[in-house]
Design a protein around this ligand. Structure first.
Ligand SMILES: NC(=O)c1ccc[n+]([C@@H]2O[C@H](COP(=O)([O-])OP(=O)(O)OC[C@H]3O[C@@H](n4cnc5c(N)ncnc54)[C@H](OP(=O)(O)O)[C@@H]3O)[C@@H](O)[C@H]2O)c1
Length: 247
């Protein structure tokens, strides 16, 4: 599908992006800001978040904000405090892109360590669950809010050796569907994006031998990220959409 995105599609919106210091999350933060949004950059490596911040400022886009947070160690109280801070500074949230994730270790099922299981489930599932609970009241204050999760092809079709990562993405899609159904009478739309193979550090970790030049870049897949975040999409909820659908 070809999405046509006006340059002011996100004008005035307040959007939280997790994992905004690298890969797809960084590009989404830049693209959202370019289309008029004030972006709240959340991630664990402050230096990388500052680079995203500086690039947004250098382009003259709306001034962003930074929330340094390691989702592996963050508690429920950390997310409640974060929501308080966003509430007092911005008053509401119009969009959230749950993008930060861990790949963990690709291995036979029997060799998945308990530590890998716990870390991947903590960052990819529990942290998103706690964060979403904390920020839902801020999304309810928006007139048209969009909550976007990030899944994967292995989030709806299990694959050998993708163990905990695949299980975490199934859980992500489940969380998205439960929320979308619960919020179907509200003005909050809830969807997931499957980016498809994209040239990032995580992809290189999963496929070290492939030629990365053959992959789409994060910028290439932004039209869907922009469309789902904008008010153009008022009727779509509860779906997982491929950013690179098979032709
Ligand atoms: N690239 C692909 O081909 C592909 C395909 C399907 C799905 N996806 C999904 O797309 C999303 C983005 O992936 P990507 O390829 O852009 O990966 P990436 O380049 O590895 O970026 C992941 C981001 O998540 C952040 N992050 C990881 N652990 C965190 C933690 N504990 N607390 C806070 N932030 C944390 C990272 O922060 P640091 O920079 O500080 O490490 C980084 O900014 C993920 O949900 C991934 O599962 C990607």
């Amino acid at each position: 599908m070809n999405y046509s995105i006006p340059s002011d599609a996100l004008q005035g919106k307040i959007i939280l992006v997790t994992g905004a210091g690298d890969g797809i999350g960084k590009q989404a933060a830049l693209s959202y800001a370019q289309h008029g949004a004030t972006v709240i950059l959340l991630g664990r490596t402050v230096k990388k978040l500052e680079q995203t911040y500086d690039e947004i400022e250098a382009q003259g886009f709306p001034q962003p904000a930074i929330i340094p947070l390691d989702m592996k160690g963050a508690s429920k109280q950390n997310y409640l405090d974060m929501a308080d801070t966003i509430g007092s500074q911005f008053g509401r949230l119009d969009g959230v892109l749950h993008n930060a994730s861990l790949l963990g270790v690709l291995s036979p099922f029997n060799q998945i360590s308990e530590d890998t299981y716990d870390d991947v489930m903590q960052v990819n599932v529990k942290a998103q669950f706690l964060m979403t609970q904390a920020i839902l009241p801020l999304l309810h204050k928006s007139n048209h809010a969009s909550l976007i999760f990030t899944s994967s092809t292995v989030g709806h079709s299990g694959r050998a050796f993708w163990g905990t990562y695949a299980m975490s993405k199934f859980a992500t899609e489940g969380m998205m569907q439960v929320l979308a159904d619960e919020l179907s009478d509200s003005h909050i739309r809830v969807n997931a994006i499957n980016p498809g193979g994209t040239r990032t550090g995580m992809r290189a970790q999963a496929y070290p031998a492939e030629d990365a030049d053959l992959l789409k870049t994060p910028l290439d897949i932004m039209p869907l990220y922009l469309y789902l975040m904008s008010n153009q999409n008022r009727d779509i909820t509860g779906q997982c959409i491929d950013a690179q659908p098979k032709k």
